[in-house]
Design a protein around this ligand. Structure first.
Ligand SMILES: Cc1cc2nc3c(=O)[nH]c(=O)nc-3n(C[C@H](O)[C@H](O)[C@H](O)COP(=O)(O)OP(=O)(O)OC[C@H]3O[C@@H](n4cnc5c(N)ncnc54)[C@H](O)[C@@H]3O)c2cc1C
Length: 306
């Protein structure tokens, strides 16, 4: 947890941001986590993964836009993604993940909600599912409320809950009762102990408990993690309870634990790979670095060997 805090704090410093964004030295590791900068790059990664048997979710990177114009531009860019998906022979295997702060949540709930509804309108024509990612805790309540409201008109949407937040048990019950699809994750943002468990062991225990609840009572839940020990415990639970393999899916991030992604697929489970792409890759990249000291060692090694 200390490592994560340090990396997230350091990555917010302007000179670090500039160095990482501009230095070519970081390109190989950036490319490991991010499919590329264009929609063509993302679709090409998606096609290969779907050919292998995976499902995918496209995430056009970008968050916390500063103006209404940027929010509309992000919405328009997502409309193009939906058009490409609609025209793809693999469309049933592809969906999208969006961030409400990219659609204008900082400019007002009504701005983000209107843009989100526009996307859902388009997506419903091709039967595409749209998931609202969960962002920092200052947005949790508003995201849950917006998703609940919008879900009354559009069944093709759902959201994400983070096990590190104290409030998640109650949000989980609320979303299960509303019939809303949930992706359960541990949580990727820097949160204070007033709102989130500071200890990883508590987060892991909550994750397992909440994943089991979703598997028993949720609506096509997504179990999103790279944690092999937790995934093994979930597999034991699924087998012991006789939960059918088409009642849920595993989700994992592009470029992380590909061995585990293939192992689950080979065992007959549904596995969706979350494919981030776009020019605004820096915040996503920092969160991935902060999750694992080994990623930083990898970078240090490549810097030393250049
Ligand atoms: C499909 C998907 C969607 C997500 N959506 C959201 C979201 O909407 N909101 C949100 O807050 N978070 C989201 N996350 C991120 C999540 O909250 C965690 O930060 C992230 O998944 C790391 O947690 P973990 O469950 O893999 O377990 P950890 O305990 O962090 O990791 C377990 C093991 O996984 C491997 N691993 C994990 N991360 C990395 C990495 N970056 N590089 C290399 N190996 C790694 C390592 O082997 C590590 O030991 C998402 C994650 C996934 C998989």
């Amino acid at each position: 947890m200390l490592f994560r805090t340090l990396i997230l704090q350091a990555s917010a410093l302007p000179f670090v941001k500039r160095f990482v964004r501009e230095s070519r030295l970081f390109r190989p590791i950036v490319r490991r986590f991010i499919a590329g900068e264009t929609l063509d790059d993302a679709m090409s990664a998606a096609t290969s993964l779907v050919d292998e048997g995976f499902r995918v979710s496209l995430d056009l990177l970008g968050e916390n836009v500063a103006t209404l114009e940027e929010a509309h531009a992000a919405t328009a860019a997502y409309q193009q993604v939906l058009d490409r998906i609609a025209g793809s022979p693999q469309r049933e295997m592809i969906n999208i993940s969006i961030k409400l702060t990219a659609l204008g949540l900082d400019q007002g709930d009504e701005v983000a909600e209107a843009n989100y509804r526009d996307l859902l309108q388009t997506a419903s024509k091709s039967g595409t599912f749209v998931r609202a990612d969960m962002e920092a805790s200052e947005y949790t309540a508003r995201t849950v409320e917006i998703v609940e409201r919008v879900h009354r008109s559009f069944a093709n949407t759902g959201t994400v809950l983070q096990s590190y937040l104290y409030r998640t048990d109650s949000d989980l019950e609320r979303l299960i009762a509303a019939g809303i699809r949930v992706r359960i994750v541990k949580g990727a943002y820097l949160e204070p102990p007033e709102v989130a468990f500071p200890e990883k062991t508590d987060v892991d225990a909550k994750y397992l408990e909440q994943a089991k609840k979703l598997l028993l009572r949720g609506h096509y839940p997504a179990i999103a993690s790279q944690d092999e020990l937790l995934i093994n415990r979930i597999l034991d639970f699924v087998e012991a309870r006789g939960i059918e393999k088409d009642r849920f899916e595993f989700q994992m991030l592009y470029g992380i634990r590909r061995d585990l992604q293939h192992r689950l697929l080979a065992a007959g489970y549904r596995v969706r790979i979350y494919i981030p792409y776009g020019e605004a890759w820096y915040p996503y990249f920092s969160r991935r670095l902060a999750e694992r000291p080994a990623n930083l060692l990898f970078i240090t090694r490549s810097l030393l060997h250049k």
